[in-house]
Design a protein. Structure first.
Length: 417
């Protein structure tokens, strides 16, 4: 297949590389980028944190081990955001694999945590080797753009439907936030709609008494490190599926989102730092810290600003907040979880509208070809299936490409900009 060619420049297409980095950063930190970064951080520090806590409880971890896990994935994930945003001036946002945390709930019920920690480190090493070798960059250059965009649309559509479900579950809070979002978009360009939605929703939730600190069994204790044990069982049961999730789900989503917004993401560097993050987080006791799809989608969306060269400011804000959350996780978790899930789900879904529109437009343009393969990729990604411990975004790419090859669909003539 002959497809797009991605380059790996140091900056986004419209960034002013001659400006001093500090001056450029100050210009990137505006109302829109800061608000998008805060929304991304709230999303990442709420429901996903609860999944990690559930996995820790399944493994009978101590409070110190649980705090170490949260420190590992949030602090290292935040550092990844800061490094990639300041280095490339693109909204390449770090966090961790949420599906990876979910599969740990079942894995830790049978695998000792010492073996799991060794598996976390081995998973990071696998991702690092694939990044350094350049294999992932070559694969992403070969993939048909419409199929990648369809995978992005299918993987992120759940955030859009989640916003609708949030309005159904809490119509006064989430509904008011949605109304505020669209009214703000119609009436003013000075204030980002996502910020208006968050403020209105939070105000109503506070007035209704819907904000109550969560009762979670995490004390403010020092992180407890766990010595790793490296086993074949851990490699096969945890390392390989986790590495596949990081590459085939998280990094692929983030890459596709950035391409949909007309960035030229440094794919091999993104894979490499995800491997380094995985090894460091694993050594501390966390399952992986890597480039994350959903957070990158929020920080790269139009909600982060009209000027795409300044949207990386949202990633910087998200990174700082993630680092702070990781350092003070034991004290912060109950208060973050106090926010209504419906409000966070509604605001996050609204923030991704622009990304979803761009993904659908790229996926099903007649000029781009691969329409049937793209539709298969969309449906597979939307299905949420998991085969061999690997989630649907990876299989969306696999089945979409297989169908496109089987039908001999014409390759895309459009190049990634």
């Amino acid at each position: 297949m002959q497809n797009h060619t991605l380059e790996n420049p140091d900056t986004s297409p419209t960034a002013d590389s001659s400006a001093p980095w500090l001056k450029s950063l100050m210009q990137a930190l505006n109302v829109k980028s800061v608000s998008a970064g805060v929304v991304a951080a709230l999303f990442g520090c709420s429901g996903p944190a609860l999944i990690v806590i559930s996995a820790a409880e399944a493994g009978n971890l101590s409070n110190g081990q649980t705090v170490a896990w949260l420190l590992a994935i949030y602090f290292v994930g935040g550092l990844i955001s800061l490094v990639m945003a300041l280095r490339y001036r693109q909204p390449i946002t770090g966090a961790y694999s949420i599906p990876g945390a979910a599969i740990m709930i079942g894995a830790l019920a049978t695998i000792p945590f010492t073996e799991a920690v060794g598996a976390f480190i081995m998973s990071g090493a696998i991702v690092l080797l694939l990044g350094v070798s350049g294999v992932i960059g070559r694969i992403m250059n070969w993939l048909p753009m419409p199929i990648v965009m369809a995978m992005i649309a299918g993987a992120l559509i759940r955030f859009g439907t989640g916003a609708v479900q949030s309005v159904e579950s809490m119509p006064l809070i989430a509904g008011a936030a949605a109304v505020a979002f669209f009214l703000s978009a119609r009436l003013t360009k000075a204030v980002p709609p996502v910020l208006t939605a968050a403020i209105v929703g939070f105000g109503i939730a506070l007035a209704m008494g819907s904000i109550q600190p969560a009762d979670v069994n995490i004390a403010f204790v020092a992180p407890e490190l766990t010595m790793p044990t490296f086993t074949l069982n851990g490699l096969l049961a945890i390392s390989v599926p986790l590495a596949a999730l990081v590459i085939g789900a998280e990094n692929a989503q983030a890459t596709g989102v950035l391409m949909a917004e007309d960035y030229r993401p440094p794919i091999n560097a993104m894979t490499t730092i995800s491997g380094i993050g995985g090894m460091i987080a694993g050594a501390i006791g966390g399952h992986n810290a890597n480039i994350a799809g959903p957070m990158t989608a929020i920080c790269s969306s139009e909600q982060a600003g009209d000027d795409k060269s300044k949207r990386y400011g949202a990633t910087v804000v998200n990174g700082v907040l993630f680092c702070a959350f990781g350092l003070f996780a034991g004290a912060a978790v109950p208060f973050i979880l106090a926010l209504p899930k419906a409000l966070i789900g509604a605001v996050a879904g609204l923030a991704m509208i622009g990304v979803l529109i761009a993904a659908f437009q790229h996926a099903f343009s007649k000029a781009a070809g691969h329409q049937i393969g793209a539709m298969v990729a969309l449906l597979v990604a939307m299905s949420g299936i998991s085969l061999f411990g690997i989630s649907s975004p990876f299989w969306a790419l696999v089945f979409g490409i297989l169908v496109s090859l089987l039908l001999s669909e014409k390759p895309s003539e459009n190049k990634a900009k």
